[in-house]
Every structure is written in C-alpha cells, then in structure tokens.
Design a protein around this ligand. Structure first.
Ligand SMILES: C[S@@+](CC[C@H](N)C(=O)[O-])C[C@H]1O[C@@H](n2cnc3c(N)ncnc32)[C@H](O)[C@@H]1O
Ligand SMILES: Nc1nc2[nH]cc(C(=O)O)c2c(=O)[nH]1
Ligand code: SF4
Ligand SMILES: [Mg+2]
Length: 242
C-alpha cells in the first residue's frame, strides 16, 4: 500500500448525521478500517475487527472523492469521516482535494492520535471513551488532538454514557475543556456483531437510558450539556450503511 492510500471499510449516503453537533444534516460517510481501541460495546466492529480486514479497500483520495461525488450527485455536502479510528489513516490529501470542490469535512475519533490535518477539518468530534468501554484515556494525547485542530476547526466533545461512572467521566472531560460543547449520547447495549448487517436493537432499553441521562443532567443543573440520541438508530436500528 502506498503512503497515500486510505484503508476504506465503506462509503455510503447521502444519509443524515445521526449524532452530535451536526445531527440531522445530510452527509456522506467515509468509514475507514482499523482501530487502536477495542471498546466493549463498539457498534462498528466490521471496521475494527481485523478478521474483516479483507473487506477494507486501499483507495486513493481521488478514488474516494469520485465515489463521494457520485453519491452526492456532484452537490457538495459535509463528508463524515469515521471508522474504526480515521486518525490512523492519511486523510490530509482527501480533505484538501474535497475542499477545493466545495465539500466540508467532519471527523469522529476517540482522541488517541493527533494529526496536523485536523486543522483542515470543519468539525472535529472528540469522543474519549468512558469506563464502561474498558479503554483508558490518555489525557496528553487528547490535549494534542485539541491543540492540532487549532482555532479554525470547530472541536466538540461527544461522550457515550451507559452508567453513573460514565456520567462522572463525561463531567470530568467537560470540566477539562469548558470552552468545548459537550454532547452526551446514551449507549446502545445491543450493538451488532461484526458480521451482522441488521441486528435487533433494544430501542426501549436505550430510551430508558436516555430518560435517565436527561434526569441526571437536569438534576445536576449541568445546563451546558447537550443530550442527544443516536438518531439513525431510532430510524433504522442497527442497520449498516445508513
Ligand atoms: C463507531 S465510532 C468511530 C469513530 C471513533 N473510533 C470513535 O470512537 O469516536 C463513532 C461514534 O460511535 C460511538 N459508539 C460506538 N459504539 C456505540 C454504542 N454501542 N452506543 C453508543 N455510541 C456508540 C462512539 O463512541 C463514537 O462516538
Ligand atoms: N447516520 C449515521 N450517523 C452516524 N454518526 C456517527 C456514525 C458512526 O458510525 O460513526 C454514524 C453512522 O454510521 N450513521
Ligand atoms: S474507538 Fe470507536 S471504532 Fe474503535 S472500538 Fe471504540 S467505538 Fe469502536
Ligand atoms: Mg455508528
């Protein structure tokens, strides 16, 4: 694989961004393959589990942009870069190329790896992982991500919350970065297995967690927080590629 090739798990859309700062906005997803984390409840294992690496295609920025242009009918929109951890991939060239054509770029990462090209993004969503994930946040690395994005990129925090310990973690992250908007999303305790493209989801259970989370935030008077569901799961459940 040449240095400029990007490992792609899937490209799909247009759909709506289902999470966080751009919720509801039309977008095309470019999902890269490979992740340095193994969250216990990851909902995107087909882009994480190396058993699926044969399904990940090395693509040039030009080939990816061509696919995005076909899907969007040549009308520029926001491209959402996700994964896996997209920060592992050399995405700077794709962002530069796409921006010349009028596309905007948003990226979701856990904040374990900073890249210079974060400064060329329109939106950087940092989603450090709470205790329930089984992962440990390297605060220095997270700080490097915020630093790399700089003042031109809109950087936001998004924390998945399953329980009280996760909620305390979210408050800690937000306290460290009071100038960044903080989005809280209830965890999906029924994520699909890597090979499953449309697994059953316990939406009633997730909504119960969502009600608890709203209660938790309001009883704490944490009025700077924004609580949002994963909108795409409310519409399509665990269906892949939407
Ligand atoms: C699949 S990850 C990919 C990007 C990157 N690796 C990250 O974790 O930010 C995209 C978003 O989905 C969230 N997510 C993953 N599994 C989830 C689950 N079971 N319930 C709720 N959110 C989940 C992650 O926390 C992250 O905010
Ligand atoms: N519609 C939609 N919104 C999303 N927001 C974050 C997603 C992700 O898997 O990274 C995602 C996704 O897979 N689909
Ligand atoms: S960091 Fe993101 S993609 Fe990687 S395992 Fe965790 S939720 Fe999944
Ligand atoms: Mg997802």
């Amino acid at each position: 694989m040449s240095i400029e090739q990007i490992r792609v798990s899937e490209i799909f859309g247009p759909t709506i961004q289902g999470e966080g700062a751009l919720i509801g906005q039309p977008t095309v997803f470019v999902r890269t393959g490979g992740c340095d984390y193994r969250c216990s409840w990851c909902d995107t294992l087909h882009a994480v589990d190396s058993a699926h690496r044969d399904e990940w295609c090395p693509m040039t920025p030009e080939a990816i942009l061509m696919q995005v242009e076909i899907l969007s009918g040549g009308n520029p929109l926001t491209v959402s870069l996700s994964g896996g951890n997209p920060a592992i991939q050399p995405l700077g060239g794709l962002i530069e190329l796409g921006r010349k054509e009028g596309y905007r770029f948003a990226l979701e990462t856990q904040g374990s790896l900073a890249k210079d090209w974060f400064a060329d993004l329109d939106v950087l969503t940092l989603s450090p992982k709470p205790p329930s994930s089984g992962m440990t946040t390297d605060w220095q690395r997270l700080a490097e991500c915020v630093e790399a994005a700089g003042p031109e990129t809109q950087t936001v925090l998004k924390v998945v919350v399953f329980d009280e310990a996760d909620y305390a973690f979210a408050r800690d992250v937000s306290d460290r970065y009071p100038h960044l908007s903080c989005f809280l999303q209830p965890g999906n305790h029924t994520p699909p297995a890597a090979a499953d493209t449309d697994a059953t989801i316990d939406m009633a259970g997730i909504m119960e967690r969502m009600r608890w989370l709203v209660d938790r935030v309001t009883s704490d008077k944490w009025y700077a927080a924004t609580v949002l569901p994963q909108l795409h799961t409310m519409i399509w459940g665990n269906l892949r590629g939407v």
